[in-house]
Design a protein around this ligand. Sequence first.
Ligand code: MG
Length: 241
Amino acid sequence: MRQANDIVVEVLHRMRGWVVPGVTTAELDHRAEQVILSRGATPSFKGYPPGSARPFPATITTSVNEELVHGIPGPRVLKEGDIISIDVGAILDGYHGDGAVTLPVGEVDQESRDLIAVTEGALDAGIGAARADNRSGDISAAIQTYVEERGYEVVREYTGHGIGRKMHEEPQVPNHGRPGQGVALRPGMTIALEPMVLISSPRVRVLEDHWTVVSRNGKRTAHCERSIAVTEDEADILTRW
Ligand code: MG
């Protein structure tokens, strides 16, 4: 799992250089796929979920501005001032890695910078609560509290998740919850935590492409994700960058 996540980290790290005004999201997808394949891994999202009528058609998800998660790469050209969430999944030797960042495209406004900072802070707060003597609800509550105390909203419909031989395993780790509830965390459990943060309202809808999740109010959103392993002590961050 560590190696699968190393590949995810490599892609996300390179994205910081690739995300510039003028690039298309399809180009980012192509470059990500080249890295994943060159490391002997397979993209997790492409064709997911297997057997469905509308499997995800690309290697990464690219969600721009009001798009929260699951945006489909395509001909869209990134503009100075946009923000983009990029989610990367890779399978290596049967194990999954999963991670995401929201990046600025060139110079972005203060509202966007604050939004991204709160989302990253929420992820750190969630990781801080991911300890062997805690429950999954402690992670959820830590994320929700961090976000709401700063005047932002967390999504309700999409969650973090256990990860390992499958991309989505038990337990679900919502971005909202109560301390002391949910699944007991045990050393060795591997979980992908992914705060999704909105402005003014937590409401979202799915576009007609059946994938892209956007804020209902059209305001910008942010999302970031790391896979971690629960230990007796502080969580071991598998997607560290
Ligand atoms: Mg995930």
